[in-house]
Design a protein. Structure first.
Length: 85
């Protein structure tokens, strides 16, 4: 239904957005995407998550990833996910 309210949250920084993920992981009207440094904070959270049925997408990037990695992830993962949402 194209009339239902939908919100897309894109969190991009060094740490995984675990609090935001937890708040919205069961809400199908909110798409949450987190781009963050792999296994930085919190430890052992924020691994790759996109099983096709979830509205949560985690994109852990290797330490030292620069703006090119973020641009690539935005173009190949984030923008298509938001457009399909």
């Amino acid at each position: 239904d194209n009339c239902r309210p939908r919100i897309a949250i894109v969190d991009y920084d060094v740490h995984h957005g675990n609090g935001t993920e937890s708040a919205f992981e069961d809400d199908d009207e909110v798409l949450f995407i987190s781009l963050h440094q792999d296994n930085n904070y919190p430890l052992n959270e924020g691994g790759i998550r996109n099983d096709g049925s979830s509205t949560t997408i985690n994109v852990p990037l290797p330490p030292g990833s620069g703006s090119g990695a973020y641009r690539y992830a935005m173009r190949k993962i984030v923008v298509p996910a938001v457009e399909n949402f």
